[in-house]
Design a protein around this ligand. Sequence first.
Ligand code: FAD
Length: 276
Amino acid sequence: MIQNPFDYVRATTLSEALAALAEFRREAKLLAGGHSLLPMMKLGLAEPSVVVDIRHLRDLDYIDDAADHVAVGALTAHRTVETSPLVQTSVPLLAHVAAHVGDEQVRARGTVGGAIAHGDGASDLCAAALALRATVVVEGPPGRRQIAIDDFFVGYLETALGPDEMIVELRVPKVPGAAWSFQKYRRRHLDWAIVGCAAVRDPDRGLGVGLVNMGSRPTRAVEVETADRRGADITEASDLVAAGCEPPSDLHASAEYRVELARVLVNRALDACRVA
Ligand SMILES: Cc1cc2nc3c(=O)[nH]c(=O)nc-3n(C[C@H](O)[C@H](O)[C@H](O)COP(=O)(O)OP(=O)(O)OC[C@H]3O[C@@H](n4cnc5c(N)ncnc54)[C@H](O)[C@@H]3O)c2cc1C
């Protein structure tokens, strides 16, 4: 049950949504798929006084072919990404990861913009966006700006988004010939990852590795990538996964267990990415 009372604003255009954010700023929360916001509100972890419903902004529900990248509108559902022939051929890792987010209901309602804006360290999509070196396009009163994914996640459920800005698009570089792997370790089929690893090796861009549940925010395996660049073998590179990570200890696993699991999963992912 949501204890805290709130006002509801239904935005029918992007301008209406931005106007509501400009008016209510940090008091407002956007509602996209609601699969992260509503649980947070039920737990009392988010207590917005205004909920701005953006689910009806159909203009932000698209997947476009944009020369060197695929442009995914913020209101695009995980299921749409999973089944998009363009994503499947141009960025197969992204389609595959989208297919592993929660269950069918979550994938039908949860959105790409919501997942990135929420910035959960346990998010599969955020790890894939890091591995793929995506760019987040945000809009606010002065207009649009682009934020490299490496600069976007700044802390626990905290991002570089301003209080009057919203995500409008995720730009994901095309990597049609890249080798890739997504390793998601979970107890039951539809669970969140205890630890996960999204990796892609592209002849032009080199290796990208994003980790799931290895920190308070989505985490890039920087030392693994650096070791790979200097020619380290798979074992040596994956042994470095703990550097820069602060994995949580919780009911599912201790931090030490997560480090060991991450080492194994990164090792498997790098092995699968041998041929690019
Ligand atoms: C049962 C269950 C299982 C799940 N399993 C997984 C899983 O295995 N892996 C995984 O990665 N995720 C999982 N999820 C999370 C799922 O991916 C969510 O859909 C996603 O994290 C948030 O998307 P949303 O559209 O529901 O966002 P919402 O809940 O609507 O919003 C989340 C946050 O982002 C903000 N926001 C939303 N859209 C925008 C925007 N365009 N611009 C700026 N801010 C915005 C909201 O204000 C809110 O703060 C699960 C969720 C549930 C309920």
